[in-house]
Design a protein around this ligand. Structure first.
Ligand code: SF4
Length: 366
């Protein structure tokens, strides 16, 4: 028979366990199953990381749990607020000393938290600072959730109403932890956010998109599209050589049908590369084939990362071309969101999240 001490050791952490995993845990240490609901609610609903606060759990059990588990997977390191948009960027430190970034974006009707799923990213999209930083590690489900916990505890201006998995890393390359964190958010016992207000953004990994559709989570999906042409996508997103746009389009159509959700296309505007008339035409054609909307994102400078090669040549489309691009899509009854460059003054805007090892590469106060 396995000793209780061994079981406690085997479950390295409780933070990041789903409700059914927590039930397994409590059963394995001969505790009643309902302890799982209680601890789950404390960790994810009340955002507590201190067993002594969990007063509906017997003291002896609290002491045992507290001696074996640390519920903090991240530590607040620092933060910076954009004076112009009030976008707030957080740097959190993992227990193994990696730094990750999360961003809170206040808007008129909602407050969105952008969270990371990896430290760095292996995919090297040419318009993205995280790609320039390289890949360090996958985050655990606990580390993904704790970005929400810490942002909540540190952001007092308004309540976080939405989450986008769009920070550092490709969520579908860290599939297991991403899905576990979504299952946690999906439970009624979890804090005031649910899957209807969460979007997972991917550059496009068709097998994983299909797998996500099969989980039954029905979370909203965004595809980082950035061009409707394979050759252009190959240049700006090298992963396209492995998983073509054609395969991805098939996967997202299947996803949209199976989950009954609209797909969001993310489209970062690059001068002379994907902002031409033929790009508008191709995007209009694509949008006519599935329920979708388009998020147009002005390209944000990567200067703080000293890019080289092709990445160094990328420039933002002029604002009048961006507006014309959006208008032409709207004329065809396509839903278009034209994003502001929220937070580019603190390197917190889309595609700018990175934590270089050598701080002198950064502009600003971080
Ligand atoms: S855009 Fe996303 S997938 Fe591409 S390099 Fe950046 S973080 Fe990775």
């Amino acid at each position: 028979m396995i000793e209780e001490k061994e079981i406690l050791r085997e479950f390295k952490t409780l933070k990041g366990l789903t409700l059914s995993e927590l039930r397994d845990f409590f059963i394995s240490i001969s505790e009643p199953k309902f302890r799982a609901e209680q601890v789950f609610k404390w960790m994810y609903g009340n955002l507590s990381d201190d067993f002594t606060e969990m007063r509906n759990i017997p003291k002896s059990l609290r002491e045992k749990l507290s001696a074996s588990f640390n519920l903090n997977t991240l530590e607040y390191s620092t933060s910076e607020v954009s004076p112009s948009t009030k976008t707030k960027k957080y740097i959190f430190k993992t227990n193994d000393s990696f730094k990750i970034e999360s961003v809170v974006i206040p808007e008129q009707k909602r407050t969105t938290l952008c969270i990371s799923t990896q430290v760095g990213c292996p995919l090297d999209c040419k318009f993205c600072a995280t790609g320039l930083m390289g890949y360090k590690k996958n985050l655990s489900a606990g580390e993904i959730f704790d970005q929400y916990k810490l942002a909540n505890q540190n952001y007092i201006d308004s309540e976080i109403t939405n989450i986008v998995y769009m920070g550092m890393g490709e969520p579908l390359l860290n599939f297991h932890a991403t899905v576990k964190s979504l299952r946690i958010f999906d439970e009624e016992l979890t804090a005031k956010i649910n899957l209807k207000r969460i979007t997972v953004s991917t550059v496009g990994i068709p097998t994983k998109i299909n797998e996500l559709a099969r989980t039954g989570l029905n979370v909203k999906l965004a595809l980082s599209l950035h061009s409707c042409f394979e050759d252009i996508r190959n240049r700006i997103m090298p992963i396209n050589k492995k998983y073509s746009l054609a395969e991805n389009i098939e996967a997202i159509k299947n996803y949209s049908k199976k989950t009954n959700t609209k797909i969001t296309f993310e489209y970062v505007m690059l001068d002379g590369i994907n902002d031409r008339d033929e790009d508008i035409k191709a995007l209009v054609k694509l949008c006519s084939t599935l329920p979708c909307k388009v998020n147009i994102i002005p390209f944000n400078s990567l200067e703080h990362m000293n890019p080289g090669g092709f990445a160094a040549t990328l420039k933002p489309s002029p604002i009048n071309r961006i507006e014309n691009f959006a208008d032409k899509l709207k004329e065809k009854n396509i839903t278009v969101m034209l994003r502001n460059t929220q937070g580019d003054d603190i390197a917190a805007a889309c595609g700018q999240l990175a934590y270089p090892e050598t701080p002198f590469l950064r502009k600003g106060a971080l």
